[in-house]
Design a protein around this ligand. Sequence first.
Ligand code: GLC
Length: 416
Amino acid sequence: MLDDLDHRARQVLVNNDRGNYTIPTAGLYPYQWNWDSAFAALGFSNFDVERAWTEIETLFAGQWPDGMVPHILFHEVNEGYFPGPDIWGGIGPVPSSGITQPPVAISFARRIAIRDSHRAESRLAALYPAMLGWHRWFMRWRLDAHGAVCVTHPWEGGRDNAPDWDRAMTKIPLESAGRYHRRDTAHVAAEMRPKREDYDRYLWLVNQGRELQWNQAQLRDENPFRVADPAMTFICLRAARDLLATGTELGLEIDGLAADVRRLQEGAESLWNESINSFDSRTAGDGFNDVESSAAFLCWYAGIDQREQLKRLRIALKQVPYPIASCDPDSQQFEALRYWRGPTWAFMNYLIGIGLEEFALEDEADILREATRSLISRSGFYEYYNPLTGQAAGGGSFAWTATVWLDWAGRYEEDK
Ligand code: GLC
């Protein structure tokens, strides 16, 4: 008999399934989001591996000719979400946004393949050229001079209102976003969401991209927002390693991949900020932001075992009852409920946790996994949680949180 929570987790995925793609949650996020979709695929692979492959294939069906895989695919128009396809003016085969998101899909395809001994080789091999194209797009358009990967919109990093972007956000003109009607605050309380002035700036960047028809060369010169992001860099590094391993095993093209891994590794190491003893984001032209965010703890996921960061992690695991806070709870910027400025995100805990397990940092991994398990079993499959109280926040019935349960947090007892 399936445990009740396992059953409910599967139900979340099944209910959010729109045929060949999965939405993060009904209402707030009614389309296919890139890294959410990768998590949904991983969740499905626990009980329907065929559906898992379809999810990733649908995501890559939206790939642009230049290799970029959009952060949102608007398969069917939904009036409940803003900004929709017209505002973005995407130029790919499926109506889409014009920015990307961290490529966990590349690494999760490999993870799913390892589970699926029957179809894996052909499904993975068929996806491989598209995955390689996406990786090369990052290498071509998003590296800074040190080899770290930059985000060109806060939504591209997937950590919308993180303090990492505060400095770069001030470079975006405030006055010219025009009139618009936000829809997110109709679904979730305003104090849990980014502020109005943040939204104006998010839209300013979207308008600029659309007007330049998402020409990357022009955007590189003209976009005022460019921040080297530890989460994006660590996830790209992991993706490059996974591509190299897959390509080697399947005898596919791996030209330049080993050098790319080295370059990304240097880039990741360049994000070490000695003055705060942590990995940090770096605003182009301005240097480090001195922000301690949960993104720093993705280093193990990327294959980097940083002992000073481990000390920080041990503190972070004790600092709040429900780790890991997305932003250092002792900092000025911390707000327990405001999205990426404090709350705990189960999917981040998962990425951090599997990295720790790979380095046999079992004590830390166990604490994190157990905390995530108790959070979800107490509060349900929410978007994020208050790290001080465990209170659920944001959208409910969230796909990636269901995956975290099925794949990791809910299997705590049986794996021990
Ligand atoms: C928010 C999150 C982002 C996620 C999206 C859909 O924008 O910050 O990471 O992909 O919601 O869940």
